[in-house]
Ligand binder design. Structure first.
Ligand SMILES: C[S@@+](CC[C@H](N)C(=O)[O-])C[C@H]1O[C@@H](n2cnc3c(N)ncnc32)[C@H](O)[C@@H]1O
Length: 278
C-alpha cells in the first residue's frame, strides 16, 4: 500500500470516528482544524494500543468508559497560571478600571482547562478589590479538566512558573498567600472559587447562557476551523454587555471574523477587544 492510499484511508476513518462521536455522544469535533485532529488521533491510536482508528471507533461506540480517555487526546490541555503575563497586566491596568464602575460583574472563562486561567483571574480580581462583586463562569467540554479546575490542586513543580508569571503580571501579593503546599502538591484556597460556577459548555454545540462583562477565551479557537471560530465569536458577541470585553490568546485574532465589525481593538497587542455599543 502506498502512502497516499494509507493517508486517504486514515482520513476516512477519522471522518467516521468524528461523526460517531457526534451522533452517539454529541461531542462535535467535525469542524476542528483537521491537521491537528489527525495528529491527535494518530497519537491516541498508538498510545491506546489500537491497530487502526476504526478500532477506536468500534470501542468508543460500545464502551462509554472509552470516551473520557479519547477526549483527553482530542482536547489540548496545555495551560499555565497567568499565561502570557502581559495579557493579565493589560487586564489589570486597562480593563479593570472600566469594570470597576459596575456594581456587579460576570466573567466567562471559556475553555478553562484545569482551572489555571480561572485561579489567575480570581487572584487578579481579589488584588484589585473586585472579587466579591463578580461571578466567574468557568466552562469546558472536558469533564476531567473541569473536575480538576474545581479541585484547584496543581503539582508543586508548576508553582515556580506560576509565581514568576504572577509577578510579571503586576501581582500585588505573594502567590503563596493563596495555596497550601503538601505532598508535592499546591492546593489553592477555596475562597478563590467561592464565586465560581464550573460547568460543561461547548462553544460548538451550546448556546449563550448569561450576559457577561468580560469573556476570556484563550487558546481554544486556535483549534477550530474558520466557520467554527465565527460561531464561537458570534456567541461571545451575543453574550457581551454593551462595551463588554473579550480577551483571546496571543495567536488568535478577530481580524478575519465575520463578527469583527461588532468589536473594536481595546489593547491591540494583547488581543483584548471591546464590544461596540449594541
Ligand atoms: C489549550 S487549552 C486552553 C486553556 C486556557 N484557556 C489557556 O489559555 O491557558 C484549550 C481548552 O479548550 C477546551 N475546548 C476544546 N473544545 C472546546 C469547545 N468546543 N468548547 C469549550 N471548550 C473547548 C479544551 O478542553 C481545553 O481545556
Amino acid at each position: 500500500m502506498n502512502d497516499t492510499v494509507t493517508a486517504t484511508t486514515e482520513d476516512l476513518e477519522i471522518e467516521l470516528l468524528l461523526e460517531a462521536l457526534y451522533q452517539r455522544y454529541h461531542y462535535d469535533f467535525r469542524h476542528y482544524a483537521r491537521a491537528s485532529i489527525k495528529r491527535r488521533m494518530i497519537h491516541a491510536r498508538s498510545q491506546l494500543g489500537f491497530p487502526t482508528i476504526s478500532a477506536i471507533q468500534d470501542r468508543v461506540l460500545h464502551d462509554p468508559a472509552m470516551l473520557p480517555r479519547l477526549l483527553d487526546f482530542l482536547t489540548v490541555q496545555v495551560s499555565d497560571m497567568f499565561r502570557d503575563p502581559s495579557y493579565f497586566k493589560a487586564l489589570r491596568e486597562k480593563v479593570l478600571p472600566h469594570l470597576r464602575t459596575y456594581p456587579s460583574l460576570k466573567v466567562w472563562i471559556a475553555g478553562c482547562s484545569a482551572g489555571e486561567e480561572v485561579y489567575s483571574l480570581a487572584i487578579l480580581f481579589k488584588e484589585e478589590g473586585l472579587y466579591d462583586r463578580t461571578i466567574f463562569y468557568a466552562t469546558d467540554i472536558n469533564p476531567e479538566a473541569l473536575a480538576a479546575a474545581e479541585a484547584g490542586v496543581f503539582p508543586l513543580d508548576r508553582i515556580r512558573k506560576f509565581t514568576e508569571n504572577h509577578r510579571k503580571s503586576g501581582g500585588k501579593s505573594s502567590l503563596s498567600d493563596y495555596y497550601t503546599a503538601a505532598y508535592g502538591r499546591a492546593a489553592f484556597d477555596k475562597s478563590l472559587r467561592s464565586r465560581a460556577v464550573f460547568s460543561d459548555h461547548s462553544l460548538v454545540t451550546d448556546a449563550v447562557f448569561a450576559e457577561m462583562h468580560l469573556i476570556s477565551c484563550r487558546n481554544v479557537m486556535i483549534y477550530f476551523d474558520r466557520p467554527l471560530q465565527d460561531r464561537a465569536v458570534g456567541l461571545f458577541r451575543e453574550s457581551l454587555t454593551r462595551n463588554g470585553f473579550l480577551g483571546l490568546g496571543s495567536k488568535e485574532s478577530l481580524r478575519f471574523s465575520a463578527h469583527a465589525p461588532a468589536f473594536s481593538e481595546f489593547v491591540a497587542g494583547e488581543k483584548i477587544y471591546q464590544r461596540r455599543e449594541r
